[in-house]
Design a protein around this ligand. Structure first.
Ligand SMILES: *Cc1c(COP(=O)(O)O)cnc(C)c1O
Length: 355
């Protein structure tokens, strides 16, 4: 039985710290959850403790059945032209970069008699979604030319530290801030939101405020793991122990570990390794890639080494573990973000809240 244990006190600590810290820098926070079916408990904590909104990266399977937000959340992925009605129904705002999609979103919003806001994404160097900075004015002009227009141009946004590992600097942050001014001066169109993400921006905020016009920050990983991605650092003011993965031992046997005579690849196509050979104490743990990302887990007690992973098992060498372990015992792990996300979305991993 696999569980993702979420410590709500520690989560609240992180939410409170980030709310205060970002407010001091004039920033509203969009709390990022990659799971559209995310438990309401997490979202409630974020909204109750000062976050401005929630950003979600997937369209829920049944958007009509879950109007659970007091405020419609933000769709932080580019809308697929095949899913526009669901996006307009469920989300108040979406991130966009393609004028043809924006036109269709507008048609959809008109047909549904619904309002919908868009944030124009700008590629400031991380090579993720977005128009190039020099195309921004023309694109905003085109958006405003759409008639009749039900969609509302809410502002601009950019991503850092995601695809190219681009760190925030004066240059890329300056681009997005100056573009907001240019749109207002040149086109006389209000830019309400200037949004940057994700948690990599926290490194910058440890030293100084973000340039002028930036007024929204999107944070995901740091909330749950207390870490700053891209530079792989722990944030000194955040708690790293919000989330723990735990699962039980199904088998403990002494095995003769040696390379087979005829050796191919394992179930997942990786070449098996036999770092410790001879008689070894091996444990089979009750999870695999259906439940989490096993390679992103680190056992909290020492002496446990993950040696093989498949769809439903994770095999560990426990020969060097001094803790007395037996079948049925639970082993706790810390997680990287990939393991956290995959356990959060797996239907087989139960989420347990610790008060
Ligand atoms: C996931 C995501 C974020 C959050 O990034 P973290 O580094 O996890 O804080 C922000 N913006 C967008 C568009 C995202 O997809």
């Amino acid at each position: 039985m696999s569980q993702l244990i979420l410590n709500l006190d520690k989560l609240r600590h992180n939410i409170r710290f980030l709310s205060r810290h970002c407010r001091e820098h004039g920033l509203g926070i969009t709390g990022i959850i990659k799971d559209p079916c995310a438990d309401q408990i997490i979202i409630n904590q974020m909204m109750a403790l000062g976050f401005e909104n929630i950003g979600i990266s997937k369209v829920p399977k049944n958007p009509a059945a879950k109007p659970v937000f007091s405020k419609r959340p933000i769709y932080i992925t580019l809308p697929s032209i095949h899913e526009l009605p669901d996006i307009v129904r469920y989300f108040g705002t979406s991130f966009n970069s393609e004028i043809t999609v924006i036109e269709q979103l507008n048609q959809t919003a008109i047909a549904m008699n619904c309002s919908h806001s868009i944030l124009l994404m700008v590629d400031t160097g991380d090579l993720r979604e977005g128009v190039m900075p020099e195309q921004v004015l023309d694109t905003v002009r085109e958006i405003h030319r759409i008639r009749p227009r039900n969609i509302n141009f809410a502002g601009i946004g950019t991503n850092l530290g995601c695809c190219a590992g681009t760190l925030p600097d004066e240059h890329n942050l300056g681009i997005i801030s100056e573009l907001a001014d240019q749109i207002e001066y040149t086109l006389d169109i209000e830019v309400k939101t200037v949004s940057v993400g994700g948690s990599v921006l926290l490194k910058w905020l440890q030293q100084k405020p973000l340039p002028g016009r930036i007024n929204n920050i999107r944070l995901g990983e740091s909330l749950f793991l207390g870490t700053i991605p891209t530079i792989n650092q722990v944030h000194p003011d955040l708690d790293t122990r919000v989330a723990t993965f735990t699962s039980d031992i199904l088998e403990i046997q002494e095995k003769r570990v040696m390379p087979p005579q005829l050796c191919g690849k394992d179930a997942l196509g990786t070449l098996p390794e036999f770092s410790h050979q001879g008689i070894r104490k091996r444990a089979i743990l009750n999870f695999g890639i259906c439940d989490t990302c096993p390679s992103g887990l680190t056992p909290i007690i020492p002496g446990i080494q993950i040696v093989s992973v498949n769809s439903n098992y994770t095999l560990a060498d426990i020969t060097d573990c001094t803790h007395p372990l037996k079948v049925g015992d639970f082993i706790d792990f810390t997680m990287n973000y990939q393991a956290f996300l995959q356990s959060l979305i797996s239907p087989f991993t139960q989420i347990r809240y610790l008060e």
